[in-house]
Design a protein around this ligand. Structure first.
Ligand SMILES: [Zn+2]
Length: 90
């Protein structure tokens, strides 16, 4: 990660890098106080630049579609295992 990771918060601590998972900032990293909001300061700064509006529109839909495909795949794997047991084991 680039030198911006070495930024310090208002407490003088080295910032922690976190990743946003909101639809409007999916995968966008930001810097915060390593002590958290309650024990440390409220330092917040975006690490990555803002995504373009097209990416903000497309990426959440792609991730949702991927999740559905992963569920379908898991279901199909279960069906195949059951069929195998019925056809070859029993
Ligand atoms: Zn702090």
């Amino acid at each position: 990660m680039e030198g911006r990771q070495r930024k310090h918060c208002h407490c003088g601590k080295l910032c922690r890098v976190q990743t946003s998972w909101t639809d409007s900032n999916l995968g966008r990293r930001f810097l915060v106080c390593p002590l958290g909001r309650n024990k440390g300061c409220c330092f917040f700064e975006w690490f990555d630049p803002e995504m373009c509006s097209r990416s903000k529109d497309i990426i959440p839909r792609l991730l949702k579609n991927r999740g559905r495909l992963e569920q379908d795949l898991a279901q199909l794997r279960g069906i195949i295992i059951i069929r195998f047991r019925v056809d070859y084991v029993m």
